[in-house]
Each structure stands twice: as structure tokens, then as C-alpha cells.
Ligand binder design. Structure first.
Ligand SMILES: [Fe+2]
Ligand SMILES: [Zn+2]
Length: 375
């Protein structure tokens, strides 16, 4: 097998494309409009900011007048006399299959407590001060949607340091870093000591939180309050297998969610299971039985499908075999992917104080990408 970063042959097709064969035998077709748009000369592209220089309306619809190539580059002269040079290692990236595959996240689905031995548990100093430690945390979030950071100072300030390293605190109506006890600052079930069935947060926001960070700072004079986690993607796959019509419904029906308190009224409607339009794989779960808004339905079939499909999906999420239940202790910060993993807690007694924050999905994926874990 030859080197993929060398050019073997180049031909100009009769329908305005260059067909390039690389040293590894791969042949890729580039339309002339694409090539002109991807000219990397200094007047077409600002290399320092990685931005294109021209509006798409001023990029001319020109044809290739002539071209030459050597083993590493192709030189094109356009019908308006502009000249472009394309490097082999630039062009080879745009083989569609490889390109698309490289952009796909590859979650490893899990069921119940079996994931406990797989998720990263790492000392806070390793996470904050070493690249390898940071990679292990983000890889665990990408693979399983959960990571645990141990040895953290038992304070909101120490937790905030961890949140910053995970991508930065996302501000919402609940604040940036929040702290909650059983006192009711917000009109939300989370601020009581009742059990909380597993759910995703912020189904009523146009952009739900990306990560949820939780740190139990104190639990005294009582019991319970164990964390429940379940893999939302796993449940969706089970539903697809056992009740394909329910899966189909939940990927299409726009379920409205809402959050109301004095001075606030959030609402958002979207499918409970969001699929990638091309791969048809789940990319986001919006499951929260508490925050469902009162809705009108088109007809009786839609109304009955809504109840049937939500109940069927809820059965997987509420199944103890699918849940990972554990007690979060002071010093351990849990980070979980709110687009995928559902969280809940058992009821509790005593005095319990938690702190945490959200991190936006854009911000934590930015960290993972900068570490070279994703494209
Ligand atoms: Fe929650
Ligand atoms: Zn140019």
C-alpha cells in the first residue's frame, strides 16, 4: 500500500470535476465549485484565523482552464486566471466515508452497574494538571457519558475548578455554580427530599445543559439519597427492538416541556429521541416526565401513541437492572452527559447539601476536540 499523502494520477472529467487517485489507491472526485471554494491561497483564506475570505456570492462560478501535479500537490489555473494549489494531505481528508465516520461519536452503550468498573475515576490533581488525566476524563464522558473525579475539596469553590476544566460553567436561571439543600429556592422537585425518577434536565430549554456536574458536600443525620444513572441511548435501542412503532413515534413527535416560576416561563418542543438525520442513531434524549407541558393532540391516535410510547420507554429507564445506583460521597465530583445519561436519586432523610453546575455541550466537546479525542 502506497502513501495516502501522495498523488498518483489526476484527470479532469468532462462534467467539471478533478478525479484524483492517491498513493494508497483511493480515488476521490472534487467538483470544480468545491475546489474553487477551498482555494487556500492568501487572498481566498485567512490561514491564521482558519476563515474563508469571500462571501459565497462573490466566489465566481469558473471552470478549470488547466492543471498540473506532482506527487504532493495539484496546481490549478482557473478560467478567470486565478491560481490555486492543493496539497495531497489536505485533499485526502475529504473522502466522504472516512470524513463522515471521523465525525461520528461512538458511545459504548451500557446497562446497569456493569459500567461502574469502566468509567474513569481519577484524582483531581491528575485531571487538572496532566494531559493524560484530562484525556481519560473526556474519553469516559464520550464513551459512557459519566466520569468521576475524586479527592476534590469539599467546597463549591473546589468544585468550580473542576467545572472550569470540564469546559466552563454554563449559566442558567438556576445560576452558574448552584448549591442546593432541601430548602426551596426554586419551584422544582429537585429541591425536596422526595425520590426523583431518572430524567434529563432542561427539556424546556432550546439548548439543554451538556454536562451536569454534581458534588455532594454533606449528608448527615440521615440515609438514602443514592444517585441513579441510566444510559438513555441503551433504553432507546431496547425500545427500537421491542416496540419499533413507539421508537418511531418518539423520534418524530414534538413533545412540549415547560418550566414556570415567578418571572420565568421556559418552554421547548422537540422529540424525546433525537436521531442523527443520516446515521439514524440517537444523538440526544429529552426524557423528563415531570416537566411535560399540558398539550393538545391532533387526533386520538397521536394522543394514545404519546402515552403508550412514553410508558414503554420509561419501563427501560425505571428497570433497576438498567440503572447504576451508588452513593456519592463528599470529595467525589460526578460529571455526566445530559444529552444521553438520565439521572435521579432515591428519597432521603437528614440534611443533604449538593453543589454543581452545568457545562454547555459545545464547551465540553470543545475540550475533547482540543485534546484530539474527536474531530
Ligand atoms: Fe435533574
Ligand atoms: Zn485563491
Amino acid at each position: 500500500m502506497g502513501d495516502e499523502n501522495t498523488i498518483q494520477t489526476v484527470t479532469l472529467s468532462t462534467d467539471r470535476a478533478l478525479i484524483v487517485t492517491f498513493g494508497n489507491g483511493k480515488s476521490i472526485r472534487y467538483e470544480d465549485c468545491w475546489l474553487r471554494d477551498h482555494c487556500r491561497c492568501s487572498s481566498c483564506y485567512h490561514a491564521s484565523t482558519f476563515q474563508r475570505a469571500h462571501h459565497i456570492l462573490v466566489i465566481p462560478d469558473v471552470t478549470i482552464s488547466s492543471y498540473e501535479f506532482d506527487s504532493s500537490q495539484i496546481y490549478v489555473t482557473w478560467s478567470d486566471d486565478h491560481k490555486s494549489t492543493y496539497r495531497a494531505e489536505f485533499l485526502i481528508q475529504f473522502d466522504y466515508k472516512t470524513w463522515k465516520e471521523s465525525r461520528k461519536l461512538k458511545p459504548i452503550l451500557w446497562k446497569g452497574a456493569s459500567v461502574e468498573n469502566k468509567v474513569t475515576k481519577i484524582d483531581v490533581d491528575d485531571f487538572l494538571t496532566t494531559t493524560d488525566g484530562a484525556k481519560r476524563v473526556f474519553q469516559s464522558l464520550l464513551d459512557y457519558g459519566v466520569a468521576l473525579i475524586t479527592g476534590v475539596g469539599v467546597s463549591t469553590e473546589a468544585t468550580e475548578e473542576v467545572c472550569k476544566a470540564l469546559g466552563g460553567v454554563q449559566h442558567t436561571i438556576f445560576g452558574g455554580m448552584w448549591e442546593f439543600t432541601t430548602r426551596a429556592d426554586h419551584a422544582d422537585t429537585a429541591y425536596t427530599n422526595l425520590p426523583l425518577a431518572v430524567h434529563n434536565d432542561n427539556t424546556y430549554f432550546t439548548e439543554a445543559a451538556g454536562l451536569q456536574i454534581l458534588h455532594c458536600l454533606q449528608h448527615t443525620q440521615g440515609a438514602g439519597g443514592e444517585t441513579l444513572l441510566v444510559d438513555g441511548f441503551f433504553g432507546a435501542e431496547e425500545l427500537k427492538r421491542d416496540h419499533p412503532e413507539d421508537f418511531e413515534f418518539l423520534t418524530k413527535f414534538n413533545l412540549e416541556a415547560e418550566y414556570i416560576e415567578e418571572g420565568h416561563h421556559h418552554t421547548y418542543a422537540a422529540p424525546v429521541i433525537k436521531l442523527d438525520s443520516e446515521t439514524q442513531e440517537p444523538v440526544q434524549i429529552r426524557f423528563n416526565v415531570y416537566d411535560r407541558a399540558a398539550m393538545a393532540f391532533k387526533n386520538s391516535e397521536e394522543c394514545r401513541s404519546y402515552y403508550r410510547s412514553l410508558r414503554n420507554l420509561a419501563k427501560y429507564y425505571e428497570d433497576k437492572d438498567n440503572q447504576w445506583q451508588f452513593k456519592l460521597k463528599p470529595g467525589t465530583v460526578m460529571a455526566m452527559d445530559n444529552f444521553r445519561v438520565l439521572h435521579g436519586r432515591t428519597g432521603f432523610s437528614g440534611s443533604r447539601v449538593l453543589c454543581g453546575s452545568y457545562v454547555s455541550r459545545s464547551d465540553w466537546l470543545d475540550k475533547a476536540r482540543s485534546l484530539g479525542l474527536i474531530q
